[in-house]
Each structure stands twice: as C-alpha cells, then as structure tokens.
Design a binder for this molecule. Structure first.
Ligand code: PGA
Length: 251
C-alpha cells in the first residue's frame, strides 16, 4: 500500500514571521491526522526556522528548488548539501513555473534528481502538459518525454524513491482543477509507463501526486482514484486551516 503524501507548495509567499505563525498553527491542527504523509515547502529563507518547529511532529520539510552542484561559484543558488543540513527531506524539482519562467529543461531536471538522491533528499518531480498541448492531443507524448528524459540513467532503486507530481499547467493557480477522471487517466498512464520501463514491483511503490487547484472540497474525489496517491497544493496550502482540511481529507 502506498501512503498518501500531501505537500503544500507555498511558492514565493510568507516571510519568516508568517511562516512560523503558520507552522505553529498547522502542526497543532494536524497532530491527530494519521495515515497521510504531510509536507510543507516554505521559501528558502524560512526553511531553517520552520525545520525547528517540525521536530517530532511527523511533518516533513521540502525545498521548492535546488542547484545540482554541491557547492561552487553559482551566485544566488542553494545546494543539496545546504538543504540536507537544515533538515529538508524533500525537494520539488522541475515545477512548471521553473520550467516556464526560468528555462528549466528535462535534462536539468534529470541532473537535479540525481543530485538530490545522492544526498538522500527525496525529489518530487513535476510533470504535466499545457492547455495548448492538451488541446492538440499531445498530453501522453509529452508525459512520455518528460519521464524518459527526466528519469534517464537512474537505477530502478533510485526511481523507486522518487515522488512524481502530475500537474497539468492549465489547472495550476487557475481554479480550473482537472476532474478526478481526467487526472486518473494521466496517472494511470504514468503508472503504466513505470510498469513498462521499471517493472510492476517498482511501479507499484511510486507515489504519484496530483497538483492543480486542489482545495478542501475537491481533494476527496481525487484521492478516491486508484492511481492518485496524494496532492501538491499551491494556493490552498497558504492558509493553515485550509491546508489542514486537505490533509485531513478522510475526516
Ligand atoms: P495551485 O498550485 O494549487 O495553486 O493550483 C499547484 C502547484 O503549483 O503546485
């Protein structure tokens, strides 16, 4: 059985003060929610302080991006070594905003996945099509390419540790969520791809999150689908009570 994993991606929101207020509230709200892995991804500046508040809460910490190198002359970048030291268990890699706004490529995603795994940080690898690609019927070819290039040269054992987030770009921040059926169709396709390329055993272990306008009132329908193993939540994760309702979708 795959343990569901629900992660809140705060994007470029919250000062350190706001992040600490949120975390203090959130950990209280979700302390009795079992059977789902809870993850928050604050901006870099808040990671260290937030990590102190997460000790022994069972809530995991994620970074939203990282550099592929351990250190070096890369002004403005943050390395996996730095993230590991402050207690990040997860890192979001290849979010569509990074692909669209900062030129991240599948090849770059592949290098970052390898770097994260080298430092025992679990990557949450984001893939998904734009509206134009969906309308042209290119969704599955694109998913194929993103998986093939993103996971290139990784061992089966390495891939088994990754979390995949399917995030249709047209559903991110638009309020236009994919229906559970639309999401499940692509999740099942991803699972099938993993089976064909890595075998059933590994494919059955990998958790596939859905992301794109997930809210308290649509999470249960999405989670009821057999290949949807969690969610990557942006906007609706910014309010502690709202995100606690999403994490507690079974309540
Ligand atoms: P959203 O963002 O929930 O605000 O649509 C999801 C994401 O970008 O991960």
């Amino acid at each position: 059985m795959r343990t569901p994993i629900i992660a809140g991606n705060w994007k470029m929101f919250k000062t350190v003060t706001e992040a600490l207020e949120y975390t203090t509230r959130f950990r209280e709200l979700v302390k009795n929610i079992q059977g789902v892995e809870k993850v928050i991804a604050p901006p870099f500046t808040a990671l260290h302080m937030v990590s102190q508040l997460l000790i022994e809460t069972g809530i995991s910490l994620a970074a939203q991006n990282m550099n592929e190198f351990d250190n070096g002359a890369y002004t403005g970048e943050i390395s996996p070594v730095m993230l590991k030291e402050i207690g990040c268990q997860y890192v979001i890699i290849g979010h569509s905003e990074r692909r669209a706004l900062y030129g991240e490529t599948d090849e770059g995603v592949n290098r970052k996945l390898k770097a994260a795994l080298k430092h025992q940080i679990t990557p949450i690898m984001c893939i998904g099509e734009s509206l134009a690609q969906r309308e042209k019927g290119e969704t599955f070819t694109l998913i194929d390419t993103q998986l093939k290039k993103g996971l290139a040269d990784l061992t089966k054992e390495q891939v088994s540790k990754i979390v995949i987030a399917y995030e249709p770009v047209w559903a991110i921040g638009t309020g236009r969520t994919a229906t559970p059926e639309q999401a499940e169709e692509v999740h099942a396709y991803i699972r099938q791809w993993l089976k064909a390329n890595l075998g059933n055993e590994i494919a059955d272990l990998i958790r596939i999150q859905y992301g794109g306008s997930v809210k308290p009132d649509n999470i249960a329908g999405l989670m009821a689908k057999p290949n949807i193993d969690g969610a990557l939540v942006g906007g609706a994760s910014l309010d502690a009570a709202n995100f606690a309702r999403i994490v507690g979708f079974r309540q």
